[in-house]
Ligand binder design. Structure first.
Ligand code: A3P
Length: 318
């Protein structure tokens, strides 16, 4: 009989026993697989994703490290792709659906069940998102020239502060201090691995293959919205027409996807994403530079040193 791409319980148990383990801030601990730390709960999903996923032309994959603006980009990409269907905002699915459902996570949602999902029945362009590093993406995604990958990253100081708040608000932090968070962040012992490896992996690919990987910084989009959204729309194959530009469609999409709009919607305020995370934890402050209020000078110094060593040619607006 054909072996299923989804590993059996026994396979997973044996694998977990053989992998290096760290506690991290999640109750189940983190395991080093394919050079990256993953929460134990999603290891099976990741392996199934790697074995089963078949990329198709026109797929749009949003890639990010947690706390880099994933939720924001889900809303933006969905809105750009579907704008001709919902010209009237009052009918927009954004109002009644959490962005996580509009652009589902491959490793948390699609491959979370024992049965394999039927992804081929999803209407094109399929929109997906993932936190997996570039190196660990399935061969099929890397090999498909007409799959678009949009990578969003963010200043590492902001990411560490955002992660800490997220864990504390979600009561998943195992009582760890900011100091602890900075320490494991610097060591790269976090779900989805080292910040710097993650960013560099996608960045290098975007340089080598710019029509396939669009590399973006959270801060840049906030700074110069209009030209960035135009480029994003073009890159994913849904360019804005001159008419749309004149009619203010770009500004309208930006406004609808802004933190203040999303945050107040019932669908983003109540309920949970996965068993552990309150949906409201995904929309916090969304400010550039807010980290100064949370990191001590010695934490900043340590993070700066590692950033300088790892991201020589890549600077983040602070
Ligand atoms: P802060 O904790 O700094 O506020 P992710 O979606 O990858 O988990 O990232 C979460 C971060 O993005 C949080 O940052 C959150 O507030 C911010 N965010 C969520 N929705 C946003 C939006 N629509 N616009 C800007 N930032 C947003």
């Amino acid at each position: 009989s054909k072996t299923s791409p989804s590993p059996s319980d026994q396979e997973i148990e044996e694998l977990l026993l053989s992998l290096p383990k760290e506690q991290g801030w999640l109750a189940g601990g983190l395991f080093l697989y394919n050079g990256c730390w993953y929460p134990s709960k999603i290891l099976r999903n990741i392996i199934t994703f790697q074995r089963h996923f078949q990329a198709e032309d026109h797929d749009i994959i949003l890639a990010s490290r947690p706390k880099s603006g994933t939720t924001w980009f889900k809303a933006l990409i969905f809105s750009i792709v579907n704008r001709s269907r919902y010209t009237n905002y009052s009918t927009s699915p954004l109002l009644i659906t959490n962005p996580f459902e509009l652009v589902p996570f491959i490793e948390f949602i699609l491959y979370d069940k024992k049965e394999l999902p039927d992804l081929s029945s999803i209407e094109s362009p399929r929109l997906f998102s993932t936190h997996i590093p570039y190196a660990s993406l399935p061969v099929s995604i890397k090999g498909c020239n007409n799959t678009r990958i949009v990578y969003i990253c963010r200043n590492p100081f902001a990411v560490v502060v955002s992660s800490w708040h997220f864990a504390a608000r979600g009561r998943n932090s195992l009582g760890r201090s900011m100091e602890d968070f900075v320490d494991s962040f610097c060591k790269g012992i976090e779900g989805f691995g080292s910040f710097w490896d993650h960013v560099l992996g996608y960045w290098k690919e975007s340089l080598e293959n710019p029509s396939k990987v669009l590399f973006w910084k959270y801060e840049d989009l906030k700074e110069d919205t209009d030209s960035h959204l135009k480029r994003l729309a073009e890159f994913i194959g849904f360019p804005f027409s001159m008419e749309e530009e004149k009619e203010g469609v770009i500004e309208e999409i930006y406004k609808q996807c802004s933190l203040s709009s999303l945050k107040d919607l019932e669908v983003n305020k109540t309920g949970k994403f996965m068993p552990n995370f309150d949906k409201k934890c995904y929309c916090r402050k969304g400010e550039v530079g807010d980290w100064v209020n949370h990191l001590t000078p010695s934490m900043v110094e340590r993070l700066e040193k590692i950033s300088g060593e790892n991201l020589k040619d890549l600077e983040f607006p602070s």
